[in-house]
Write a protein that binds this ligand. Structure first.
Ligand SMILES: CC(C)(COP(=O)(O)OP(=O)(O)OC[C@H]1O[C@@H](n2cnc3c(N)ncnc32)[C@H](O)[C@@H]1OP(=O)(O)O)[C@@H](O)C(=O)NCCC(=O)NCCS
Length: 400
């Protein structure tokens, strides 16, 4: 029998959950001022606590935000953005996270949530719960001192800096039109509260600039300039979205013009973002990392499969999901229909592997090649690659 129990936390318990999470990341508890700014980031009723003993000490926590996921083809499905996962260091490896995950899944199922997503601190934690890498992203640095824009780069429109807290209201109004890729998520009001809190907590000021399109704002960048070494300054891009080529070029023209900056640092950007093509010497852009960006858990496989678009001929795939047995079974998957079937499968895979091909982060052939999926033959592998191909590489672009 487990020595802990799980329940939904009340709003007045959220601060304890945040401090427990911070402690699990080896961070100090939030100061009063920080908590005042961050409290609104907790969506009521979405934070779980694990308690041990009597009357009960909080030993673990996990929370989520209600959101929506854009899937290949442009439809959206209800999404839970999972965050704030931590277990007290003296209570780890006793199944606390396992119970938190199980309780979350039950809650998500009850509310009709189709998928869950998270950023993982370590890549070995979440696969066992049916999460797979849903999106990949890259980090780069740009040597600003050597970066010169190529002459054919679009001129771009006007870029202007916004002042004060109201700047985030402008961004939250502009963001939905910029959410164009598979893998991107809706940013609920609680997320914007968190973004404001993060922007206000460092010593350096966070700047916000928007790109004016022909009608509305069609791009923005949030950045922070830090001075890690004497005499050199780094402009860290915290958030950047552009709906058009003009907006992308305009925002980069602006970023490269910011004075007293030696290096521009980008983290978790879309793999196909053509920053190096903007400059005369593409080697001023150094890719520092390509890694998992978000992990995806398909909670309702039939609904998730039916939501995205497909290419080529229908195939039968067989999915195994020990944690949510209703997902287990065969599915005919094709451009015109998705339905359950008992027919022999062309591709067999676990629900975590399905998450890896669902948004297009990996191809079925790569999973077969590495033993993560089994195919009925070479033709089945080629057909599966075509079926699950995507027009645009997936990217989330939202940290939570
Ligand atoms: C990651 C964390 C939440 C796991 O909590 P936990 O209560 O120890 O997890 P569980 O006991 O339920 O573990 C379930 C299984 O996952 C494994 N596991 C859990 N965390 C792991 C880790 N960091 N590395 C390797 N394996 C891990 C356990 O060994 C266990 O495997 P088993 O069933 O074969 O024994 C906890 O270690 C923690 O708080 N870490 C620091 C903060 C952090 O990284 N949070 C996650 C943010 S995304």
């Amino acid at each position: 029998m487990s020595d802990h129990r799980i329940r939904v936390l009340r709003d007045d318990e959220h601060r304890a959950a945040m401090d427990l999470f911070r402690a699990s990341l080896h961070l100090k508890p939030a100061e009063d001022q920080e908590w005042t700014r961050a409290a609104g980031a907790f969506q009521p009723g979405r934070t779980l606590g694990a308690f041990a003993g009597d009357p009960g000490t909080l030993i673990g926590t996990a929370r989520s935000l209600d959101s929506e996921l854009t899937v290949p083809g442009g439809r959206t499905v209800p999404l839970a953005a999972v965050t704030g996962v931590g277990v007290r260091a003296d209570r780890t490896r006793r199944g606390v996270l396992t119970d938190l995950m199980r309780t979350q899944f039950a809650d998500f199922a009850e509310r009709g949530v189709v998928a869950a997503t998270l950023h993982a601190s370590e890549a070995v934690i979440y696969g066992r719960f049916g999460y797979g890498v849903g999106t990949l992203a890259r980090g780069c640095t740009i040597d600003r001192t050597r970066a010169r824009l190529r002459p054919e780069v679009p001129a771009g429109g006007e870029v202007r800096l916004l002042d004060g807290d109201a700047a985030f209201d402008v961004l939250s109004a502009a963001y939905p039109a910029l959410r164009t890729r598979p893998g991107m998520m809706a940013r609920p009001a609680h997320w914007w509260t968190w973004a404001r809190a993060v922007a206000g907590r460092g010593d350096e000021p966070t700047s916000i600039a928007v790109h004016q399109g022909p009608g509305d704002i069609d791009g923005f960048v949030v950045y922070t300039v830090t001075r890690p070494r004497t005499g050199s300054a780094v402009l860290r891009v915290d958030d950047l979205h552009a709906a058009t080529a003009e907006a992308f070029a305009g925002l980069w023209r602006f970023l490269l013009s910011v004075d007293l900056v030696d290096e521009i640092r980008l983290g978790e950007r879309a793999l196909d973002e053509p920053v190096e093509l903007l400059v005369t010497d593409p080697r001023v852009c150094t890719v520092t990392e390509v890694a998992d960006e978000t992990w995806l858990r398909l909670l309702d496989v039939p609904t998730a499969l039916a939501a995205r678009e497909y290419y080529g001929d229908p195939l039968v795939i067989e999915v195994t999901d020990p944690a949510i047995p209703a997902n287990t079974g065969g599915y005919v998957v094709g451009p015109d229909e998705v339905r359950r079937t008992d027919a022999p499968p062309a591709l067999r895979l676990g629900v975590d592997a399905l998450a890896m091909i669902y948004l297009g982060a990996w191809r079925p052939s790569q999973l077969v090649q590495t033993g993560r999926a089994q195919a009925a033959g070479a033709d089945a592998v080629a057909a599966a690659d075509r079926l699950f191909s995507t027009r645009t590489p997936a990217w989330c672009g939202t940290f939570f």
